[in-house]
Design a protein around this ligand. Sequence first.
Ligand SMILES: Nc1ncnc2c1ncn2[C@@H]1O[C@H](COP(=O)(O)OP(=O)(O)OP(=O)(O)O)[C@@H](O)[C@H]1O
Length: 747
Amino acid sequence: MRRPKPRQSLTRKKRRLQEAEEIELLDSWIEAMKPASGTNPLAVTPPPPSAPAGRLPGAGGGFSPYAGCKLFSQLPISRRTKDGLARKYTEMSEIQRASLPHSLCGRDILGAAKTGSGKTLAFIIPVIEKLYKARWGPEDGVGSIIISPTKELAGQLFEELKTVGKYHTLSAGLLVGGRKDVDAEKQRVNTLNILVCTPGRLLQHMDETPNFDCSQLQVLVLDEADRILDHGFREQVDAIISQIPRVRQTLLFSATQTKSVKDLARVSLKDPEYISVHAESVTATPERLKQLAMIVPLEQKLNMLWSFIRRHLKSKILVFLSSCKQVKFVYEAFKKLRPGIPLKCLHGRMKHDVRMAIYLEFCQSTSVLFSTDVASRGLDFPAVDWVVQVDCPEDIPTYIHRVGRTARFTSDGRSVLFLTPSEKEMLKKLQSAEPKIPILSREPRKEKLEQISARLSSLLVQYPEMQQLAKRAFVTYLKSVHLQKDKEVFDVTKLPLEEFAASLGLAITPKIRFINQKKKGQKVLVEAVHEQEDGIDDSYKVANRKPQSSVKLNEEPEEDDILLPKKTIIDEEGNRDAEPGTRVLKKKKLKINVHRPVGTRLKYDEEGNIMPPLAAAIAGPESGNAVLRTDKVKERYEKLRQEMKEKDKEDKILNRQRLREKRKEKQMKLKRRRGEEEEEAADSEDGRSELDEAENGAAKRSKIRFVSDDEEEEKGNNKKDFGLCSDLVSIAEQEALALKLLGSMHS
Ligand SMILES: Nc1ncnc2c1ncn2[C@@H]1O[C@H](COP(=O)(O)OP(=O)(O)OP(=O)(O)O)[C@@H](O)[C@H]1O
C-alpha cells in the first residue's frame, strides 16, 4: 500500500512557485527584522513560544521579530530546513540564538562558544539557507565549502548536514584525504553544491581536478577555525583562500577562537560579528564538567591508568596519550591483561575506514578508547563518562578541547589529568586561566594502586613484538616531551628514565637517539645531542641512575620518530613504505671519466636520440664553447625559471578563463533545459509526489549524499606552490581590516 505523501497533488511548477513565494517572504522578513550589526540577540527578550512567526496577521503586513527567539520554528528559515531540524531539534542553544539572526542576513561571523554547545548547527543552517534562497542547482556547482581539521570531524559534520538538509534538493560531498578512487571523485566534485572537506583534500582537487571551479562560492566555513588557521595548515589554507572569490560570506567557529590579527586578515572577514556567548561566563569549560588533576610520577602512570579503568568498568572512558606509539603499546598491553571492559584505539596512522569504524563503535558502546589528539577536537561521542589525560596536553586550548569530549550539550561529565611532578606548572597555568578552568587537585590513593609492571615484564618476554612496542612508546614519549614548546612545563631532564622504562615492563632502559646516556659513577650524564630545539639544555644531570642505563641497546630506527619529519617512501598506489629502514640499499659506485672535457657529456631523449650537450644548452650560443661557467649557468637558469613562471601564470589564467566560460555556457544550457522540462512536466500533470521522485531515483537534482567513504591518511602538508590571486587585497589592507574588527570587539 502506498504511504500518504505530503504535497502529493503538487506539480513541480506549483512547487517552484511556492518556493519562490517562500523565498520572497523570507527575504522580506529577514530584511525587515534583522538585528542591528554589533548587537547581541541574546539580550533581546524572547517572544513566547506560542507567538506567531513570519508575516503577522492584520493590515500592517509586518513580520514577527526573530532576534532573541528561542525556537527554530520562529526563525526566518525555509520549511524544508525546519522539517529537517524538527527530526532532532526544537529549541536553540545560546550560540545558535546569538549567531543565526546575524548569519541569516549574510553577515560574516567569528563565533566562539564552549565545547559541545551546538556550534555545528550555527553554521550548517545558514549554509543551507543561503543556497536554497539562491535556488542553487547542480549546474551552479560549488556554493559552499566547510573545512574541518580532521577526517572524523568532517564525517560528523557531513552527517549533521544530511540530517538538517534531508528535505532539500542540494547535493553535498565529503572530501577527505587519501581516497583511492580520487578519479571518480574528480568526475563528481563539480556537480556538488556543498563540500565538507579537510584542507589537504580540497587543495588536491583545486590543484588536480581539471575543471574544478569554486568561482561562484557563496559561503566559506572554517570549523575549529583556530586550528585550521594555525601554522600546521598555514600553506594549505593560504593556497585555498587565494583560489576562492573574496566576495562571499565567511563563518569561523571554535571553542577556543583565534584573535590573531594576522589570522583574521588571512581570511578577509568583512565587518564580522564577533559572537562569544560564553565570554562573560565564569568558566572556559562546560558547567556540568567536573575536573580533577593528580600528580602521578611518570613510572606510576600506567599503574594509575590500569587501576582507574578497573574501578570504572561500567563507564565510557576516553584516554588521551601523546603519540601513536604509546596508544599502540598501552592498547595492546592492556588488551592482553584483560581489564574486563572492551578496549579500542584511535590514532592518525590508522587507515581512514578503520578510524571511522572505531569512531562509530565508540559512539555506540561502553568501552575505553585510547587515542592521540586526533580525537581531541570537535568529535561528538555520545555519553562519554570520563576523559582521562594520561599525558599532559601541550597547551590550555588542547586541554579545553580534550575535556570537551565529555559533558556535551546538557550532559554531565568528568575528567582527570595526570601530571608528573615536573609538570606541576601546568596545573598552575590551568588554575589561573581566564576565563577559569575549575580544576581540583587530588592526591592519588597509593594504597589502591594495582601494580602491573611485573605483569607487563612477563608480557614482554612472552610476546617479543611487545618489546618493540614498549621501546617505541618509551622513545616517542620522551621525544614528545623534548619537543614541546612550553619549557616551563615540559622538561625531559627531570624524567626518571629507568623507572619509566621499568614501568613499561622493559628490563633495560633503551638508548635513544636524541639523548645520550653515559655512566658517571652512580649518576648518569644525560646529554641532548639533538640539535637545540626551543632552548632545551645541551647537557644536564639526572641523579641516582642505575648503571644499566649505559648498556648499549638497539637504537630506535628512524621511523620511530613521529615527531620529527620522516622520510616516507610512497609506492605507485600511494601506499607508504612503513619500514624504509629495513631495506638493504647498496650504493652504486659511479665511475667518473676524469679525462672527459667538462660539459661534453652526452644526453639522450626518451627515444634514445642524442640531445645537445647540457652545457651548450645552458651556456647558450653566445658562450662560444661548451665549457660550463657557473655564473652563466646560474644566470641562464634564473632566466629560464622566470620565463617558465610567467608562462605558467599566463597558462593558468587562460585556462581558468576558458573553463569559466565553458562552465557558464553549460550552466545556461542546463538552466534552459531545466526550465523547459519543468514547463513540460507542468503541462502534463504527472501528479507524482516529491517523495516518489526521490524513491524512484527520478529526481533531476540529487539529494544530499555521501561521496567519500574510503580514505587513507590525510596528507598533512601539501607541498604545492600556489601563487596568490591578483584580486587579493594586500596583507597590509587585510591587517587593517582585522585591526578594525578587533577594535570593535573590545569596544
Ligand atoms: N539546539 C539543540 N538542541 C539539542 N541538541 C543540540 C542542539 N544543538 C546541538 N545539539 C547537540 O549537542 C551536541 C554538541 O553539538 P556540536 O557538536 O555542534 O557542539 P560544538 O559546539 O561544535 O562542540 P565542539 O566545540 O566540541 O566542536 C550534539 O550532539 C548536537 O546534536
